[in-house]
Design a protein around this ligand. Structure first.
Ligand SMILES: Nc1nc2c(ncn2[C@@H]2O[C@H](COP(=O)(O)OP(=O)(O)OP(=O)(O)O)[C@@H](O)[C@H]2O)c(=O)[nH]1
Ligand SMILES: [Mg+2]
Length: 259
């Protein structure tokens, strides 16, 4: 597909939202749209393996014009579509940007939701300019210590659903401190959609990324590829020595294997 002649900083900021299944990625996108829709032109591309459930949820929330929410059905392991072959996603993002621009004001930000995967899936910098990785307190307070490329090196790590912490026995401050220790000073945000202060900080982070993108001072960072792993159906990703999802062998997440 031919790139437009415009320099990169004039197209929308492309922001990836990744993280394990059910940690609140779609809800976070809905919350961001509510917080920013009055000041920015926003669009969303969702990724689901078999359905367009996330896109339908976001349309039903009424936070954006339904035509600004597009679905990519990946039909495979979610990380394939956001990392190994990003073409269907890039086409969806570019088509969305072009369609909206043709109708008037071009998009400022496109949010791309990854299909829920395990701890190791991250976006390719060929698809997004910056990415958030979303954990939630219900997944357990020790998740942040397990590491992986998203937890360690995503541009922002969100510890979500902090309102649930008392019910699941998680100490949010401890979980955030663990996450910060795993991230070498990269930012961590404790979030709940019911906490206006936290939502304001999330919106401010997006404004800051957009400002840097427009100024040409933002450099997309690759958090690194996922560790080799295997699936219940026997498919391997990696170099044929996959490990099972979700076991406690932290070191395996640090192997920088391309595939
Ligand atoms: N209590 C609470 N629940 C939340 C919050 N954010 C999301 N949820 C709930 O968590 C569940 C999963 O939220 P989603 O936004 O669908 O999560 P997701 O990561 O997009 O899920 P997949 O796309 O299936 O991986 C839903 O029942 C949400 O209502 C929050 O801040 N607090
Ligand atoms: Mg979702």
């Amino acid at each position: 597909m031919a790139e437009t002649a415009a320099p990169p900083a004039t197209r929308a900021l492309r922001l990836g939202v990744a993280g394990p299944v059910g940690t609140g990625k779609s809800s976070l996108i809905a919350t961001l749209c509510r917080a920013l829709a009055d000041e920015l032109e926003l669009g969303v591309v969702t990724n689901d393996i078999y359905t367009d459930e996330d896109a339908r949820f976001l349309r039903s929330e009424g936070v954006l014009d339904p035509d600004r929410i597009r679905a990519v059905e990946t039909g495979a392991c979610p990380h394939t579509a956001i990392r190994d072959d990003v073409t269907p996603n890039l086409i969806a993002v570019e088509t969305l940007e072009a369609d909206v621009a043709a109708g008037g004001a071009p998009l400022d930000v496109v949010l791309v939701e990854s299909g829920g995967d395990n701890l190791t899936a991250t976006f390719s910098p060929a698809l997004v300019d910056a990415q958030l990785f979303v954990l939630d307190v219900a997944g357990g307070g020790d998740v942040a210590r397990k590491g992986g490329p998203g937890i360690a090196r995503a541009d922002l790590l969100v510890v979500n659903k902090t309102d649930l912490a008392p019910y699941v026995g998680v100490d949010v401050e401890r979980m955030v401190a663990d996450a910060e220790a795993a991230r070498d000073g990269r930012p961590v945000l404790a979030l709940s959609r019911t906490a206006p202060d936290a939502v304001a900080r999330l919106a401010e982070w997006v404004r800051t990324q957009l400002g840097a993108h427009r100024a040409g001072t933002h450099t997309p960072v690759d958090p690194g590829p996922m560790a080799p792993h295997s699936h219940a159906d026997g498919t391997d990703h990696g170099h044929g020595h996959g490990h099972g999802h979700g076991h406690g062998h932290d070191e395996a997440h640090e192997h920088p294997h391309a595939h």
